[in-house]
Design a protein around this ligand. Structure first.
Ligand code: PMP
Length: 307
Protein backbone atom coordinates (compact mmCIF):
# COMPACT_ATOMS: atom_id res chain seq x y z
CA UNK A 1 0.00 0.00 0.00
CA UNK A 2 1.18 3.49 -0.74
CA UNK A 3 -0.33 6.90 -0.01
CA UNK A 4 -0.68 8.59 -3.40
CA UNK A 5 1.30 11.74 -3.98
CA UNK A 6 -0.16 13.63 -6.96
CA UNK A 7 2.01 14.15 -10.03
CA UNK A 8 1.37 16.63 -12.85
CA UNK A 9 -0.49 14.55 -15.43
CA UNK A 10 -2.57 11.49 -16.17
CA UNK A 11 -3.15 10.24 -19.72
CA UNK A 12 -6.87 9.81 -20.28
CA UNK A 13 -8.74 8.92 -23.47
CA UNK A 14 -6.08 10.18 -25.83
CA UNK A 15 -4.53 13.15 -24.05
CA UNK A 16 -2.61 14.24 -21.00
CA UNK A 17 -4.86 15.91 -18.44
CA UNK A 18 -4.07 17.49 -15.09
CA UNK A 19 -3.88 14.91 -12.29
CA UNK A 20 -6.93 16.38 -10.49
CA UNK A 21 -9.00 16.47 -13.68
CA UNK A 22 -8.80 12.73 -14.37
CA UNK A 23 -12.28 12.08 -13.04
CA UNK A 24 -15.03 9.56 -13.76
CA UNK A 25 -18.78 9.52 -13.05
CA UNK A 26 -19.98 7.54 -10.03
CA UNK A 27 -22.33 5.65 -12.36
CA UNK A 28 -19.47 4.38 -14.52
CA UNK A 29 -20.34 0.81 -15.41
CA UNK A 30 -16.90 -0.57 -14.54
CA UNK A 31 -17.09 0.76 -10.99
CA UNK A 32 -20.25 -1.27 -10.32
CA UNK A 33 -19.37 -4.53 -12.08
CA UNK A 34 -15.54 -4.47 -12.02
CA UNK A 35 -15.54 -4.47 -15.81
CA UNK A 36 -11.99 -3.19 -16.09
CA UNK A 37 -8.73 -4.64 -17.32
CA UNK A 38 -5.43 -3.18 -16.28
CA UNK A 39 -1.67 -3.53 -16.10
CA UNK A 40 1.07 -2.84 -13.59
CA UNK A 41 4.33 -1.71 -15.18
CA UNK A 42 7.45 -0.03 -13.88
CA UNK A 43 9.89 2.54 -15.16
CA UNK A 44 13.44 2.44 -13.81
CA UNK A 45 16.34 4.79 -13.65
CA UNK A 46 19.07 3.60 -16.01
CA UNK A 47 22.37 5.14 -17.20
CA UNK A 48 20.40 6.33 -20.28
CA UNK A 49 17.58 7.87 -18.23
CA UNK A 50 14.11 6.54 -17.38
CA UNK A 51 13.21 3.28 -19.11
CA UNK A 52 10.09 1.13 -18.98
CA UNK A 53 10.62 -2.60 -18.45
CA UNK A 54 9.03 -5.04 -20.92
CA UNK A 55 6.45 -2.50 -22.03
CA UNK A 56 5.39 -4.40 -25.16
CA UNK A 57 4.70 -7.60 -23.20
CA UNK A 58 2.57 -5.68 -20.69
CA UNK A 59 0.56 -3.98 -23.42
CA UNK A 60 0.04 -7.22 -25.31
CA UNK A 61 -1.22 -8.76 -22.07
CA UNK A 62 -3.60 -5.80 -21.70
CA UNK A 63 -4.88 -6.42 -25.23
CA UNK A 64 -5.38 -10.09 -24.44
CA UNK A 65 -7.21 -9.29 -21.20
CA UNK A 66 -9.52 -6.98 -23.18
CA UNK A 67 -10.08 -9.70 -25.78
CA UNK A 68 -11.24 -12.17 -23.12
CA UNK A 69 -13.80 -9.61 -21.95
CA UNK A 70 -14.90 -8.56 -25.48
CA UNK A 71 -13.68 -5.07 -24.70
CA UNK A 72 -12.46 -2.85 -27.54
CA UNK A 73 -9.54 -0.79 -26.27
CA UNK A 74 -9.63 1.64 -29.18
CA UNK A 75 -5.85 2.17 -28.96
CA UNK A 76 -3.12 0.03 -30.47
CA UNK A 77 -0.05 -1.19 -28.61
CA UNK A 78 1.93 1.48 -30.50
CA UNK A 79 -0.48 4.25 -29.45
CA UNK A 80 -0.41 3.13 -25.83
CA UNK A 81 3.39 2.93 -25.95
CA UNK A 82 3.46 6.57 -27.08
CA UNK A 83 0.96 7.53 -24.36
CA UNK A 84 3.06 5.88 -21.66
CA UNK A 85 6.31 7.43 -22.83
CA UNK A 86 4.63 10.87 -23.01
CA UNK A 87 3.37 10.39 -19.46
CA UNK A 88 6.74 9.30 -18.11
CA UNK A 89 8.32 12.39 -19.65
CA UNK A 90 5.54 14.75 -18.50
CA UNK A 91 5.72 13.60 -14.88
CA UNK A 92 9.49 13.53 -14.84
CA UNK A 93 10.02 10.66 -12.38
CA UNK A 94 12.84 8.33 -13.41
CA UNK A 95 11.33 5.49 -11.36
CA UNK A 96 7.60 4.96 -11.12
CA UNK A 97 4.84 2.41 -11.14
CA UNK A 98 2.58 2.75 -14.19
CA UNK A 99 -1.06 1.77 -14.26
CA UNK A 100 -2.83 1.54 -17.61
CA UNK A 101 -6.52 0.74 -17.13
CA UNK A 102 -9.42 0.26 -19.54
CA UNK A 103 -12.90 0.24 -18.07
CA UNK A 104 -16.51 0.54 -19.14
CA UNK A 105 -17.60 4.06 -18.44
CA UNK A 106 -20.73 6.14 -18.07
CA UNK A 107 -23.70 5.79 -20.37
CA UNK A 108 -25.69 2.64 -19.74
CA UNK A 109 -26.42 0.53 -16.67
CA UNK A 110 -27.05 -3.17 -16.20
CA UNK A 111 -24.65 -6.06 -16.16
CA UNK A 112 -23.79 -6.01 -19.86
CA UNK A 113 -21.24 -3.32 -20.70
CA UNK A 114 -22.58 -3.09 -24.27
CA UNK A 115 -23.39 0.54 -24.97
CA UNK A 116 -21.11 1.95 -22.27
CA UNK A 117 -18.04 3.73 -23.66
CA UNK A 118 -14.62 2.21 -22.96
CA UNK A 119 -12.36 4.63 -21.13
CA UNK A 120 -8.61 4.16 -21.21
CA UNK A 121 -6.26 5.87 -18.79
CA UNK A 122 -2.65 5.61 -17.68
CA UNK A 123 -1.38 7.04 -14.42
CA UNK A 124 1.93 6.67 -12.68
CA UNK A 125 3.13 7.25 -9.17
CA UNK A 126 6.06 6.65 -6.89
CA UNK A 127 5.95 3.20 -5.38
CA UNK A 128 8.75 1.31 -3.65
CA UNK A 129 8.81 -2.51 -3.45
CA UNK A 130 5.27 -3.77 -2.79
CA UNK A 131 6.29 -6.10 0.03
CA UNK A 132 8.78 -3.57 1.41
CA UNK A 133 12.50 -2.94 0.92
CA UNK A 134 13.05 -4.91 4.11
CA UNK A 135 11.07 -7.77 2.59
CA UNK A 136 13.39 -7.82 -0.42
CA UNK A 137 16.31 -7.93 1.97
CA UNK A 138 15.20 -10.21 4.80
CA UNK A 139 12.27 -12.07 3.26
CA UNK A 140 8.63 -11.99 4.33
CA UNK A 141 6.29 -14.20 6.35
CA UNK A 142 3.44 -15.75 4.37
CA UNK A 143 0.40 -17.85 5.12
CA UNK A 144 -1.60 -20.28 3.00
CA UNK A 145 -4.98 -18.64 2.49
CA UNK A 146 -8.32 -20.22 3.30
CA UNK A 147 -9.58 -18.50 0.14
CA UNK A 148 -9.21 -20.57 -3.03
CA UNK A 149 -7.69 -18.99 -6.15
CA UNK A 150 -10.18 -18.09 -8.89
CA UNK A 151 -10.44 -20.60 -11.68
CA UNK A 152 -10.66 -20.19 -15.45
CA UNK A 153 -14.15 -21.76 -15.42
CA UNK A 154 -15.45 -18.84 -13.35
CA UNK A 155 -13.11 -15.86 -13.54
CA UNK A 156 -10.16 -16.38 -15.91
CA UNK A 157 -6.99 -15.65 -13.90
CA UNK A 158 -4.91 -15.02 -17.03
CA UNK A 159 -6.98 -11.97 -17.91
CA UNK A 160 -5.94 -9.17 -15.59
CA UNK A 161 -9.47 -8.01 -14.73
CA UNK A 162 -10.27 -5.80 -11.73
CA UNK A 163 -12.79 -8.43 -10.54
CA UNK A 164 -9.96 -10.93 -9.92
CA UNK A 165 -8.59 -8.67 -7.23
CA UNK A 166 -11.62 -9.12 -4.97
CA UNK A 167 -10.34 -12.69 -4.55
CA UNK A 168 -6.82 -11.37 -3.95
CA UNK A 169 -8.04 -8.74 -1.48
CA UNK A 170 -9.88 -11.35 0.61
CA UNK A 171 -6.68 -13.38 0.84
CA UNK A 172 -4.49 -10.33 1.50
CA UNK A 173 -6.76 -9.00 4.27
CA UNK A 174 -7.01 -12.42 5.89
CA UNK A 175 -3.22 -12.72 5.87
CA UNK A 176 -2.79 -9.22 7.33
CA UNK A 177 -5.34 -9.92 10.07
CA UNK A 178 -3.31 -12.99 11.03
CA UNK A 179 -0.11 -10.93 11.22
CA UNK A 180 1.39 -12.14 7.91
CA UNK A 181 2.79 -10.01 5.14
CA UNK A 182 1.34 -11.97 2.24
CA UNK A 183 -1.00 -14.80 1.31
CA UNK A 184 -0.33 -17.87 -0.83
CA UNK A 185 -3.43 -19.08 -2.64
CA UNK A 186 -4.09 -22.71 -3.52
CA UNK A 187 -6.17 -23.56 -6.59
CA UNK A 188 -9.27 -25.74 -6.89
CA UNK A 189 -7.07 -28.84 -6.92
CA UNK A 190 -5.44 -27.83 -3.64
CA UNK A 191 -2.15 -27.11 -5.42
CA UNK A 192 -0.12 -23.93 -5.02
CA UNK A 193 -1.19 -21.17 -7.42
CA UNK A 194 0.27 -17.75 -6.56
CA UNK A 195 0.09 -14.71 -4.29
CA UNK A 196 -2.65 -12.08 -4.66
CA UNK A 197 -0.32 -9.98 -6.83
CA UNK A 198 2.76 -12.14 -7.34
CA UNK A 199 3.84 -15.43 -8.85
CA UNK A 200 5.65 -17.91 -6.64
CA UNK A 201 8.84 -19.93 -7.18
CA UNK A 202 10.30 -22.83 -5.21
CA UNK A 203 13.92 -24.01 -5.08
CA UNK A 204 14.74 -27.54 -4.00
CA UNK A 205 18.19 -29.09 -4.37
CA UNK A 206 19.25 -26.37 -6.76
CA UNK A 207 16.25 -26.75 -9.08
CA UNK A 208 13.86 -23.86 -9.57
CA UNK A 209 10.18 -24.54 -10.16
CA UNK A 210 6.98 -22.55 -10.60
CA UNK A 211 3.38 -23.63 -11.22
CA UNK A 212 2.30 -23.79 -14.88
CA UNK A 213 -0.03 -21.23 -16.46
CA UNK A 214 -2.90 -23.72 -16.14
CA UNK A 215 -2.69 -23.69 -12.32
CA UNK A 216 -4.87 -20.60 -11.83
CA UNK A 217 -2.22 -17.90 -12.13
CA UNK A 218 -1.60 -14.71 -14.00
CA UNK A 219 1.20 -15.42 -16.46
CA UNK A 220 3.60 -12.92 -14.91
CA UNK A 221 6.11 -10.99 -16.94
CA UNK A 222 8.56 -11.04 -14.02
CA UNK A 223 7.98 -14.81 -13.87
CA UNK A 224 8.90 -15.01 -17.53
CA UNK A 225 12.04 -12.92 -16.93
CA UNK A 226 13.05 -15.18 -14.01
CA UNK A 227 12.63 -18.28 -16.21
CA UNK A 228 14.88 -16.69 -18.84
CA UNK A 229 17.46 -15.77 -16.16
CA UNK A 230 17.47 -19.34 -14.85
CA UNK A 231 18.17 -20.60 -18.35
CA UNK A 232 20.93 -18.06 -18.91
CA UNK A 233 22.51 -18.77 -15.51
CA UNK A 234 22.35 -22.53 -16.04
CA UNK A 235 19.97 -23.07 -13.10
CA UNK A 236 17.75 -26.15 -13.51
CA UNK A 237 14.12 -25.20 -14.07
CA UNK A 238 10.77 -26.99 -14.19
CA UNK A 239 7.29 -25.65 -14.77
CA UNK A 240 5.46 -27.90 -12.34
CA UNK A 241 2.71 -27.96 -9.77
CA UNK A 242 3.61 -28.30 -6.14
CA UNK A 243 1.66 -29.01 -3.01
CA UNK A 244 1.22 -27.10 0.21
CA UNK A 245 3.63 -29.41 2.04
CA UNK A 246 6.23 -28.82 -0.67
CA UNK A 247 6.18 -25.17 0.37
CA UNK A 248 7.31 -26.17 3.86
CA UNK A 249 10.07 -28.45 2.60
CA UNK A 250 11.52 -25.99 0.07
CA UNK A 251 15.12 -24.80 0.35
CA UNK A 252 14.01 -21.37 -0.85
CA UNK A 253 10.75 -19.73 -1.87
CA UNK A 254 10.16 -16.34 -3.42
CA UNK A 255 7.39 -14.17 -4.77
CA UNK A 256 7.93 -12.16 -7.91
CA UNK A 257 6.03 -9.47 -9.75
CA UNK A 258 6.35 -5.99 -11.16
CA UNK A 259 5.27 -4.43 -7.87
CA UNK A 260 7.04 -6.88 -5.53
CA UNK A 261 10.24 -7.41 -7.53
CA UNK A 262 11.83 -10.62 -6.25
CA UNK A 263 10.93 -11.01 -2.57
CA UNK A 264 12.13 -14.06 -0.60
CA UNK A 265 9.62 -15.86 1.63
CA UNK A 266 11.34 -16.69 4.89
CA UNK A 267 8.46 -18.40 6.67
CA UNK A 268 5.16 -20.07 5.74
CA UNK A 269 2.61 -20.54 8.52
CA UNK A 270 5.27 -20.37 11.21
CA UNK A 271 7.63 -22.83 9.50
CA UNK A 272 11.00 -21.34 8.57
CA UNK A 273 11.92 -21.99 4.93
CA UNK A 274 15.28 -23.63 4.30
CA UNK A 275 18.34 -22.41 6.14
CA UNK A 276 17.35 -18.74 5.99
CA UNK A 277 19.93 -18.00 3.27
CA UNK A 278 18.65 -17.51 -0.21
CA UNK A 279 21.61 -18.23 -2.49
CA UNK A 280 19.65 -18.92 -5.69
CA UNK A 281 17.08 -16.21 -4.98
CA UNK A 282 19.91 -13.72 -4.39
CA UNK A 283 21.49 -14.48 -7.76
CA UNK A 284 18.16 -13.99 -9.50
CA UNK A 285 17.44 -10.82 -7.51
CA UNK A 286 20.77 -9.30 -8.49
CA UNK A 287 20.35 -10.14 -12.14
CA UNK A 288 16.81 -8.73 -12.10
CA UNK A 289 17.95 -5.47 -10.46
CA UNK A 290 20.85 -5.11 -12.90
CA UNK A 291 18.58 -5.86 -15.84
CA UNK A 292 15.78 -3.41 -14.99
CA UNK A 293 18.36 -0.72 -14.32
CA UNK A 294 19.89 -1.20 -17.78
CA UNK A 295 23.23 -2.53 -16.55
CA UNK A 296 23.19 -5.69 -18.67
CA UNK A 297 23.54 -5.52 -22.45
CA UNK A 298 22.00 -8.91 -23.00
CA UNK A 299 18.56 -7.80 -21.77
CA UNK A 300 18.63 -4.24 -23.06
CA UNK A 301 15.90 -5.02 -25.60
CA UNK A 302 13.50 -5.32 -22.65
CA UNK A 303 13.83 -1.59 -21.94
CA UNK A 304 11.98 1.25 -23.69
CA UNK A 305 13.76 4.54 -23.04
CA UNK A 306 11.87 7.78 -22.47
CA UNK A 307 13.11 10.03 -25.24
N1 PMP B 1 -0.12 -12.69 -10.25
C1 PMP B 1 -1.03 -11.73 -10.06
C2 PMP B 1 -2.38 -12.11 -9.59
C3 PMP B 1 -0.70 -10.38 -10.28
O1 PMP B 1 -1.59 -9.42 -10.08
C4 PMP B 1 0.61 -10.06 -10.72
C5 PMP B 1 0.98 -8.63 -10.95
N2 PMP B 1 0.59 -8.18 -12.21
C6 PMP B 1 1.52 -11.09 -10.92
C7 PMP B 1 1.12 -12.40 -10.68
C8 PMP B 1 2.91 -10.81 -11.43
O2 PMP B 1 2.83 -10.39 -12.76
P1 PMP B 1 3.94 -9.43 -13.38
O3 PMP B 1 5.24 -10.07 -13.12
O4 PMP B 1 3.60 -9.40 -14.82
O5 PMP B 1 3.81 -8.13 -12.70
Amino acid sequence: MVALRPLAKIWMNGRLVDWDKAEVHVLSHGLHYAYAVFEGIRSYDTPQGAAVFRLKEHLVRLENSAKVYRMKLGYSVEELTRAIMDLVKANGLPESYLRPIAFSGYGTMGLSPVGAPVNVAVANWEWGPYLGAEGIDRGIRATVSSWVRIDSRSLPPQAKCAANYANGALAKMEAAAGGYEEAILLNNEGLVAEGPGENIFRIKEGVLSTPPASSGILRGITRDSVIRFARDLGIGFQRTDFTREELFTADELFFCGTAAGITPIREVDGRPIGSGDYPVTRRLQKLYEDTVHGRIDRYREWLTYAR
